[in-house]
Design a protein around this ligand. Structure first.
Ligand code: ADP
Ligand code: MG
Ligand code: ZN
Length: 594
């Protein structure tokens, strides 16, 4: 019987981690004791270890179902560098490679074999001939048509329980949607599975929302403070991925555009160059990211607002998998909301989608801790402010906004509730443009009464009024602003209104700077050494060591191999393989220091 001690030992020996992350230990034990499990854990939470460790502890070979070749390759590379015998099998491989894998499988030399669901049939005869230890279904939400990454071949996985009734099946997903979870249990025939739901809180992700104006320059200022760091910029359309990429390149950044319109070959090569740190910046549609386990993504920017919070969270979750700080910026503009609404118009489940979009919008406009709002959405009710979001960092300052609100409402009234936000702002500020003059709006009573206010500030106030239910936008009628009953109470009964001062744009240069010491010299050297080793071995740099490992190494400055083994993420095999080089680099560095 395997005890906790031995699983912890396996974790240390093979992966170099001293402690389990939340839930990992229970999941590992459940599987080892023969239970089926369903694990819901956020991206970066550490799901792989939950099946890799039981695979090591149990006798036989674990079958891992994984949806993407890139994902399999990455995980197998990582296992191999940790000295764990593993391989993957899929239809894109050459016959000789496939045969080699099958031979190892038959000879019982593999602890894990990764297979795409489409290739499972091919391997069925082999699996009946060997000892199977367990079955892991990664990215299990692909089984459900409710989910966002539905893969038809996943729906055939139900037979696994029939073929291996006594082997534990472990399903893993980051999808919080309960309809999807039920579907996974049902389709895999594991209705008695133990369900482990982890907190969705990823404390290392910094959350920030900025007004979506002059986005390119904001991004450029941000990137200048973070040389050499990897990150992803998500855009709504293919065209904007290309435009943003072109502008970044012109400013000297190494960026590539990625979208579904590119050939599979092209997409693979872009993905590869991102994983290998050759292209640090990817500007992509949401087609990018699934199946990328790169642990050192240091920032994620949403150039446009995502459709819903699930998507947003999944995308920012790709940052900071190594547990180090990652920075997230969401650019928010009303134009995006209008466009996203238009996309839903013809959908069969338009109401559902609009409800989700509304929640996303509320998050973007939140005047209290964003993390609380986010976790609330996933059904976790936290009360403590997180101190790691823009609202916590610069809390809003409130003032009596009754008069300001009255001025805005009366303009909306005088414009006969026929005009959109942009025109209402123009009229209030006394803009002298053709649109205003054409309609004779310079003659109405509220023209120019807020001439001293900036366009952006006024826009932010109107957003707050929308949020408070004072104004409403008729999206399907050219986005015209209309008054609600609450607006009437304010106009005629002096109902008081509290508004928050618009958030000044953060002083980019100061606040954007990473808290961890990417700039330190020793860290830089360790990074360079890691790159050189990775290149030689033809594996991604973060597979050699994660940023978290290098950071711990920098702090500890090990002098001997046994000290080296104490570094986070250094297991037995990696210590044998790499200690020489890193110990040497540290020694050289220290000799230069004195
Ligand atoms: P997920 O599949 O849930 O998105 P991964 O399995 O890719 O997450 O793990 C994310 C990162 O966390 C990886 O770099 C992994 O090595 C690391 N990790 C996993 N478990 C631990 C642990 N117990 N201690 C430290 N790091 C861990
Ligand atoms: Mg994973
Ligand atoms: Zn907060």
């Amino acid at each position: 019987m395997i005890t906790t001690d031995t699983t912890l030992e396996l974790l240390k020996t093979h992966f170099g981690y001293r402690t389990f992350r939340p839930n990992q230990e229970q999941i590992v034990n459940d599987i080892i004791h023969g239970n089926d499990v369903l694990t819901i854990m956020p991206t970066g939470g550490g799901k792989s270890v939950c099946f890799q460790l039981p695979a090591l502890a149990l006798s036989g070979t674990a079958i891992v179902i994984s949806p993407l070749i890139a994902l399999m390759k990455d995980q197998v590379d990582a296992l191999l560098t940790n000295g764990i015998p593993a391989a993957y099998y899929n239809s894109s491989q050459e016959a000789s490679v496939q045969n080699d894998t099958l031979k190892k499988l038959q000879d019982g030399h593999l602890k894990l074999i990764y297979v795409a669901p489409e290739s499972l049939q091919n391997l069925a005869p082999y699996f009946s001939a060997i000892e199977v230890s367990m079955i892991a279904v990664d990215e299990a939400h692909c089984i459900s048509s409710w989910g966002h990454d539905f893969r038809p071949a996943y729906t055939q996985l139900g037979y696994l329980k029939k073929q291996f009734p006594n082997k534990p099946i472990a399903a893993f997903t980051a999808t919080a949607d309960s309809a999807t979870q039920q579907d996974i249990l049902k389709q895999l025939n594991i209705l008695d599975a133990k369900v482990h739901m982890s907190s969705f809180d990823r404390k290392n992700l910094y959350l920030e929302v900025r007004p979506g104006n002059d986005r390119i320059n904001q991004i450029i200022r941000f990137l200048k403070t973070r040389p050499d760091e990897s990150g992803i910029i998500y855009c709504l359309s293919r065209r904007s991925t290309q435009e943003v990429t072109a502008k970044l390149k012109k400013s000297g950044f190494k960026a590539k555009a990625y979208h579904a319109g590119l050939s599979a070959e092209k997409r693979n090569s872009i993905q590869e160059s991102f994983i290998n740190d050759k292209t640090p910046i990817i500007v992509a549609t949401i087609a990018f990211g699934m199946g990328i386990d790169k642990s050192n993504v240091r920032w994620v920017i949403h150039y446009n607002m995502p459709k819903n919070i699930e998507g947003y969270y999944q995308e920012i979750g790709r940052g900071g998998r190594d547990g180090l700080p990652a920075y997230n910026i969401l650019f928010y503009s009303y134009a995006d909301v209008v466009q996203l609404r238009r996309f839903t118009e013809n959908a069969s489940n338009a109401d559902y989608q609009i409800a989700k979009l509304n929640r996303m919008q509320q998050f973007a406009e939140a005047l209290s801790c964003r993390r609380i709002a986010l976790l609330n959405y996933f059904g976790e009710h936290h009360t403590e402010n997180c101190n790691n979001c823009d609202v916590c960092k610069t809390p809003p300052r409130y003032f009596d906004g009754t008069i300001l609100t009255k001025k805005v409402c009366s303009a909306v009234y005088r414009l006969k509730q026929q005009e959109s936000t942009g025109m209402v702002i123009d009229v209030l500020r006394g803009a002298q443009n053709a649109h205003v003059f054409e309609k004779g709006y310079q003659n109405i009573k509220t023209y120019g009464i807020l001439h001293e206010m900036s366009w952006l500030d006024l826009q932010q106030y109107i957003i707050q009024m929308l949020n408070q239910g004072i104004l409403e936008i008729r999206f399907h009628e050219n986005g015209r602003l209309v008054l609600t009953p609450l607006a009437n109470a304010i106009l005629f009964d002096d109902h008081p209104v509290r508004l928050a001062k618009p958030r000044k744009q953060l002083q980019a240069a100061k606040s954007d700077r990473p808290k961890h010491a990417t700039g330190s010299k020793l860290f830089q050297r360790l990074r360079e050494l890691r790159s050189a080793i990775a290149k030689e071995a033809k594996i991604p740099a973060y597979v050699v060591f994660s940023d978290a490992t290098l950071k711990d190494m920098e702090a500890r400055r090990p002098k001997t191999k046994s000290e080296f083994k104490e570094v986070l993420g250094v297991g037995k095999v990696k210590a044998e393989r790499y200690s020489r080089y890193f110990l040497n680099a540290i020694a050289v560095y220290e000799s230069e220091e004195t």
